[in-house]
Design a protein around this ligand. Sequence first.
Ligand SMILES: Cc1ncc(COP(=O)(O)O)c(C=O)c1O
Length: 384
Amino acid sequence: MTDFQALRERFPVLARKTYLNSGSYCALADSVRAAINAYMDDRLQLGANWDVWVAKNEAVRSAMAAVLRAAPDEVAVTASASAGLNALASAFDFSQPRNKVIVSDFEFPTNAQIWHAQELRGARVVHVPRAADGYIPLENFAQAIDDETQLVAVTQVCFRNGARLDIAGIVRLAHARGARVLLDCYQAVGGLTVDVHQLDVDFAVGGMLKYLLGTAGIGFLYVRAALIPALTPSNSGWFAQENIFAMDITANRPSPSARRFEAGTPAVVNCYAAEAGLKIILEVGTDVIEQRVRELTRRCMAGLERIGWASVTPPQDERRGPMVCIPARDPERLFTTLMEQGIVASFRDNNIRATVHFYNSDDDIDHFVTALAASRTRHHPDVR
Ligand SMILES: Cc1ncc(COP(=O)(O)O)c(C=O)c1O
């Protein structure tokens, strides 16, 4: 049995705040703070400690691979999800009939703008629209994916409404037409199990500052092993070379592994934080985390139903990630009202977003629902 109370005590902010904001930035664990301090100690006491620092990047790669249930050679450690996407995009050839990139209406800007930027290189970007109910059924993907599709680039969980796409269904449709699938799992990984081999996606991107419990300034790109040799990024750098320390300035010799999608000197301090965060995720286990996250979002959905404030997030467990979104008349004002009561949430579009992690308690959810009930007259969109 996992002792969630003991785990919770490792995140000091939780003693002060009802923290429902991991989908924006995780709570800081004491071990992550200690890891950052260990880097600082190295700098104060040794000046530089490069052997250890380069090994840290490899430790992050291995831990990230373990979280994704992939091989370390399939994982690039990047500065952000954007950096991984840009490196990957630079390896695609859009000067051929198969030049379509399909994205959905649910994308975070990162996973749409970067593909639109490839229009300069011949890409055609097609958006799969949402249906009248606000969600995107598989049929809409079936209509868009064709023999000219090179890539289907989709988010796993929508950052606007918390809805989870049918990734297995999208992968089946794409592979049947010879297209590849890129998964933006930023709003899922660490909060749900994301097994890239089981999902059968070709690529996946994300970052370490949300459910992976690390920090900003570090992310990852997963590339299926069999695809790596044929993908040579033109976005590169010395840490992407086969032999980083060859210092050969006469040629580009990319690493045979996914490291070819990396660039320059790693953000060392971020590696310290990310490694410590990933260690917690692996220690608790993503299946256990997913189960706990599901219980918490369920409790939240049930509480919302009880107070008559319908969520825009799907009620079915398998169609939801770690996020519950609630429509509000003025989300920014409601956000401030919640803040005044020690509740940290976030807002996007017309919604307040409550995002949970294993370290949240039933009391956190109840505090949030009770605060919403108290502000119903002022903030519910239908109460005037
Ligand atoms: C689904 C999703 N993708 C991407 C990002 C951001 O990616 P980056 O800032 O690393 O480009 C976010 C951040 O909130 C996100 O929620």
